[in-house]
Write a protein that binds this ligand. Structure first.
Ligand code: SF4
Length: 188
């Protein structure tokens, strides 16, 4: 790592309305093309922390040190004052979630576009539940979404919250006005 060099290895110029999250892979590929070096870590801000980017990094064997958008979703749920998803325990063997009332949420609708599946308890159970007010604002009961590659996402996001990732994210903050690159890490 050569922080002193602060060499820029790839750039992208886009209109202001472009979602920069979609530029991450092309920046990585430009870095590779321009330097002949494959990045083993990408450090970026939360705008890049999408599920697609975490999975792309996973499939390329690259560490993703960027805050994930799940934190924003968690804040949204906290705003609704309902049980956070962490209160629902996933059981891999039965592919179900156990809710705070001890009921099972089973896999229901599959959303191919989003690559996710909804998990729900029977509507009658949620309707009669004493914890309902704390659990959902939805008339038909609580629904959880699980990505079809949730295990890979969890692994990447857990690594993105490691002490090393936090240090990298902090360093990036200091350097964001002076884009720089190093031999094996790409800072976006
Ligand atoms: S409302 Fe439904 S999902 Fe929520 S705690 Fe009650 S039974 Fe479980």
């Amino acid at each position: 790592m050569d922080e002193r060099g602060e060499v820029i290895t790839a750039t992208e110029t886009t209109p202001g309305d472009v979602n920069v999250a979609h530029e991450m892979i092309s920046l990585l590929e430009s870095h590779h093309l321009n330097t002949g070096l494959k990045a083993d870590t990408v450090v970026a801000d939360s705008k890049y922390g999408t599920i697609d980017n975490f999975l792309d990094c996973h499939d390329r064997g690259i560490e993703a040190h960027m805050p994930d958008l799940k934190e924003s979703a968690a804040k949204r749920i906290a705003g609704l004052s309902i049980f956070p998803e962490e209160r629902f325990e996933y059981d891999r063997e039965t592919d179900t979630y156990c809710c705070p009332a001890g009921q099972r949420l089973k896999p229901k609708s599959l959303h191919l576009y989003r690559q996710s599946r909804d998990y729900e308890a029977p509507k009658k159970i949620c309707a009669a539940c004493q914890l309902r007010e704390q659990c959902t604002k939805n008339k038909t009961g609580r629904t959880l979404k699980r990505h079809l590659r949730q295990d890979d996402i969890d692994k990447m996001q857990e690594a993105s919250r490691s002490a090393k990732a936090k240090r990298d994210i902090q360093t990036r903050k200091h350097l964001m006005e002076r884009s720089f690159a190093q031999s094996d890490t790409v800072w976006i």
